[in-house]
Design a binder for this molecule. Structure first.
Ligand code: AMP
Ligand code: GLY
Length: 420
């Protein structure tokens, strides 16, 4: 069986790694992949947004299943086009991927179907947004969100009115996020621990995965700029069985039912970004895909064959699969290029990868390239050093033991993953 995974980051490496362990011994391809993925799959030089290229390659090579991992090709309808061409594809269709691609869509869906989330208003011009921000009852930080995809940077939390007004003008008048900020959402500020729960769904059955938490800020103590994620761990100690039950009843099932009521069959993974507020769990955001770096600490805990799950999701038979998890905890520490998320240098040789593997860690590559047989840094986030352990502390200790083996010029990582 031939499987093609679309994408090139640490998440895709973790997916390819998990698929490579299937007893079905699939032949794996990744477009475009990276140097680490290249150890397990054939990397093909097709960009993740090249829908025609992916269709052509899949036909020519008789690919049995295409797994679309990143947000942009999902939002652009890659799964719809593959399906129209008779190619089996895992991931939500374009209409379903709107839960991530449009905050206006997802907020309206939650409002209509009483799914708990922050109260909000939508704005398309800055004078109306500013008038709203000037209401006496407006609290700070305010929360302004670009409607569309913005590389994870479309949310700002200004501390005062002046900054909030400036942010509204940047987004609406100066096109800070291009078309993505032609509309914005201003919503209520929520407080509480943030937990990520990914779930498989075939549009009827919802199977939540184990919980996780990520660390978005660049530096220790949640200082510095927001990044794509500097580390993640699973499970979250905040996500108790009672809260899990409440989330299933009030958020997960109602979301899939709401989409179905709107005529949208959601098949794939839904990422529930949750805030456990004093008034109960609320949705911060939906994503239409596996999270990065959450996936790197979730898939190592999965016992079930991922191919069986993908097939059941596509065929609408997820109720017949018993999805099982290891009791162990898992931690993933991201090693980044110095300077990330701002500018950084590429091409430095990475040492210590074999020593880290000998310590029992799995190193997922996010941004590496092979030069003369040597792995070099080739992106902002470079590696995700991952380990299982009997509990979270054991997993963290082991992951950091791996991290301490690996280095390159200007390497940067957080030393406090798992401490929140
Ligand atoms: P998002 O891209 O929607 O996940 O937002 C990025 C981050 O902004 C989240 O992980 C939260 O930490 C924060 N955030 C988003 N919405 C809210 C909100 N309504 N209240 C408080 N924090 C928020
Ligand atoms: N870790 C956040 C995301 O995948 O969007």
């Amino acid at each position: 069986m031939k499987i093609l995974v679309i994408g090139s980051g640490g998440r895709e490496h973790a997916i390819v790694w998990k698929l490579s362990q299937s007893p079905k011994k699939p032949e794996l391809f990744c477009a475009p992949g990276n140097a680490g993925i290249g150890q397990l799959a054939t990397c093909v030089p097709i960009k993740a947004m090249d829908i025609e290229g992916v269709v052509k390659f899949s036909k020519e090579n008789q690919i049995d299943l295409v797994m679309v991992a990143p947000d942009d090709p999902l939002a652009a309808g890659m799964v719809d086009v593959l399906t129209e061409n008779g190619i089996r594809a895992f991931g939500p269709c374009k209409a379903a991927a709107q839960i991530e691609a449009s905050k206006v869509f997802s907020k309206a869906l939650m409002k209509k179907y009483n799914i708990p989330t922050a109260t909000y208003e939508v704005f398309t011009d800055s004078p109306s947004a500013i008038a709203y921000l000037r209401r006496p009852e407006q609290k700070f930080p305010a929360v302004l969100k670009a409607d569309g995809l913005a590389l994870g940077k479309g949310v700002v939390l200004p501390e005062n009115l002046a900054d909030a007004e400036a942010a509204a003008i940047e987004m609406l008048d100066h096109g800070q996020f291009g078309d993505s900020s032609k509309r914005i959402v201003i919503e209520e500020y929520m407080t509480g621990p943030e937990v990520t729960v990914l779930a498989f769904t075939d549009g009827k059955t919802v199977v939540p995965m184990v919980s996780s938490q990520d660390h978005k800020r660049a530096y220790d103590g949640d200082k510095g700029l927001n990044t794509g994620g500097m580390g993640a761990f699973s499970p979250s100690r905040h996500y108790t069985p009672e809260i899990a039950k409440q989330c299933m009843e009030e958020i997960f099932l109602p979301t899939v039912k709401a989409l179905a009521a709107e005529g949208i069959v959601y098949k794939g993974v839904i990422y529930f970004g949750l805030m456990l507020t004093p008034n109960g769990p609320r949705v911060v955001e939906y994503n239409a895909r596996f999270g990065d770096p959450e996936t790197q600490c979730i898939l190592p805990r999965l016992k079930t064959d991922l191919i069986d799950i993908f097939n059941a999701v596509i065929d609408g038979t997820l109720d017949q699969v018993n999805v099982e998890w290891k009791d162990e905890a898992c931690a993933c520490v991201v090693m980044a290029s110095g300077g990330y998320p701002l500018s950084y240098e590429k091409g430095y040789p990475i040492s210590g990868l074999e020593e880290a593997a000998a310590k029992g860690t799995t190193v997922f590559h996010a941004g590496t390239v092979l030069k003369d047989g040597q792995f070099c840094n080739n992106g902002g986030r470079v590696l995700g050093v991952t380990a299982l352990g009997t509990d979270l502390q054991a997993a963290l200790d082991q992951a950091y033991a791996g991290v301490h083996c690996i280095t390159w010029k200007d390497v940067h990582y957080r030393t406090d993953i798992g401490k929140k």
